[in-house]
Design a protein around this ligand. Structure first.
Ligand code: TEU
Ligand code: CA
Length: 560
């Protein structure tokens, strides 16, 4: 298997608004990140993925870009950004930027022009359609509630926005638009960045004619996902992007792809197809959602997780490459979601980290995951900033008369603001994130959970993550070994083997708060030699093939 730097890297995602504020305005900024680079290099991460810092009106916190070549005033200047890149490279780390080109902001010059008239030069940079029988062109819903179409009085047509109405979808059918995007990508790559994370990049090719999505009883607008995800020209567009831009640089690319399955991911990440190197799947992040989508809460079944992770591990082995993540700026905190953020907070955070970092793929750590930051429970909906949360609350409770407490509970469990409360640096006011008033409330547990305390405690989740990252550097089997599930039917223990030539690893994790007996199955050909990491201080005594796992215990044995 081809060995490459991006397969051997650990990536750390920064959501700049919530990372560290250097000038006291309550908003994280670029200088604030530069001040904290030693913390990141001490953690041992290799690549930093920076969520958008471009000019934006912040309707969707920077995922609505009004100038792809400018830095958002609140975050600083292009000189601040150049200093950050320089300081990242100086420490031997790399920087990948967020590429948000399925849509722009409606305040982008292109859209401001396009909406002036139907024959404007920039009109076809976006997707315009006449209404149908006095209504929207089709029945697609926006990810942020309501219709995916907004009517423009001036030119008497609708424009498509799969997200907020301030995020008009760009028209990738237009070769001139594609050329603008490729030129912008080259501009950033020529400044020295090391790659891109590509926002909903599998949405850029829509089915021609924009047909209706499948009707759903009681729903005015429905998901059009089958008609804009992994669309008819997606591979053509990505291969063109690769040929025009990416192939000329030694870069890392990861495509965020809601709705992608393993079969499609094989195509996107097969290096001979020259498209992308990795994708972010959402399948494992949908296992605790009911048929009604993310807000329809359902407990995780461990056997579902086994089936899904195993499908991806074996499906991409040898052809493509996996990204590995539990957290990002759109997902709730994993220790609260699949772990236990109360009695077994530290053990379960370490277990979840072990499980993920011993898999084949490139691991992504989201800011705060390494210190066990948890979900938050704000009493009032007014404390929430995320457009997805606010629009959903309005649609369900204000317009739909759904029960306030039930909807708030779904926000506590799944809301994106769980990941966006300010990074907790220390026990100072606002957790040391800012000397001013933070743009969003800080999680009240910042006195107990913060980086300063974690760095000072050799048994902290932080130091455990440092060990996990170091192991990946020391043992090529973790990066390049193949994967084999064992105990497939066990509903509390997730155990899997890794093998590379004559080396083997056995990873054993207890996803429950109970003491669970583990017995290595007879048919597993493995002789444990060394416990290379564990989240309880397990002495070497006892039979390593038969023992009782403590609540959320994780063990990794190396052997033959
Ligand atoms: O997310 C795409 C996406 O599908 C998520 O928004 C997800 O559907 C939603 O958060 C429900 O959990 C990307 C960015 O990561 C997200 O922050 C942006 O809001 C979105 O695209 C639009 O740019
Ligand atoms: Ca600031």
């Amino acid at each position: 298997m081809e060995k490459t730097w991006w397969k051997e890297s650990v990536v750390y995602q920064i959501y700049p608004r919530s990372f560290h504020d250097s000038n006291g305005d309550g908003i994280g900024d670029i200088k604030g990140i530069t001040d904290k680079l030693d913390y990141l290099s001490d953690l041992g991460v290799d690549v930093i993925w920076l969520s958008p810092v471009y000019e934006s009106p912040n309707d969707d916190n920077g995922y609505d870009i009004s100038d792809y070549y400018g830095i958002m005033d609140e975050f600083g200047t292009i000189e601040d950004w150049e200093e950050l890149l320089d300081q990242i490279h100086h420490r031997g780390m790399k920087l990948i930027m967020d590429l948000v080109v399925n849509h722009s902001s409606d305040e982008h010059m292109w859209f401001q022009e396009a909406k002036k008239s139907k024959d404007n030069t920039y009109r076809d940079y976006y997707i315009w359609h006449e209404g149908k029988n006095g209504k929207e062109p089709n029945n697609w819903k926006s990810s942020f509630s309501g219709s995916a179409w907004e009517y423009d009085e001036n030119t008497k047509e609708y424009y498509l926005h799969l997200f907020s109405k301030k995020q008009p979808d760009l028209n990738w059918e237009n070769p001139k638009l594609r050329e603008e995007i490729y030129n912008m990508m080259k501009w950033w790559l020529d400044k020295g960045i090391d790659g891109f994370r590509m926002d909903v990049i599998n949405f850029i090719s829509k089915v021609p004619g924009f047909p209706d999505g499948a009707e759903k009883a009681g729903e005015k607008y429905v998901s059009g996902g089958k008609l804009f995800r992994n669309g008819p020209r997606i591979h053509e567009f990505l291969q063109e992007m690769n040929k025009e831009v990416l192939t000329n640089y030694d870069v890392m690319t990861v495509g965020e792809m809601p709705g992608v399955n393993v079969e499609e991911a094989k195509k996107y990440t097969d290096y001979q197809r020259k498209e992308l190197q990795m994708v972010f799947t959402f399948e494992h992040m949908d296992l605790d959602s009911g048929t009604g989508g993310k807000w329809d809460l359902k407990p995780l079944e461990l056997t579902d997780l086994k089936e899904n992770i195993s499908k991806w591990q074996t499906g991409l082995h040898g052809t493509g490459w996996n990204s590995l993540y539990w957290n990002n700026h759109d997902q709730p905190r994993i220790v609260s979601r699949f772990g236990n953020d109360k009695e077994f907070w530290s053990e379960s955070a370490k277990m979840l980290g072990t499980f993920l970092h011993m898999l084949q793929g490139t691991p992504y750590i989201y800011q705060g995951e390494e210190i066990g930051m948890t979900n938050v429970r704000f009493d009032s909906i007014d404390d929430y900033e995320d457009i997805e949360i606010r629009n959903m609350y309005y649609e369900k409770v204000i317009e739909g008369n759904e029960d306030h407490d039930k909807v708030m509970e779904s926000i506590y469990v799944k809301g994106r603001d769980n990941a966006r409360t300010p990074f907790q640096w220390n026990s100072q006011p606002a957790g040391g994130f800012t000397k001013g008033e933070p743009w969003i409330r800080v999680n009240p547990n910042y006195k107990e959970i913060n980086a300063e305390k974690a760095v000072a405690d050799e048994n902290s989740i932080y130091h455990y993550y440092r060990k996990l990252i170091k192991l990946r550097k020391q043992h090529p089997i973790i990066v390049y070994g193949d994967y084999h599930l064992i105990l497939p039917d066990h509903d509390k223990i997730y155990a899997y083997m890794r093998t590379l030539e004559n080396e083997k690893l056995l990873v054993i994790t207890n996803f429950s708060e109970e003491n669970v007996p583990f017995k290595q199955p007879e048919n597993v050909d493995f002789k444990p030699k060394e416990l290379i990491i564990g989240n309880y201080n397990t002495e070497e005594k006892g039979d390593p093939t038969s023992f009782t796992l403590k609540p959320y215990e994780a063990r990794v044995y190396k052997g033959v």
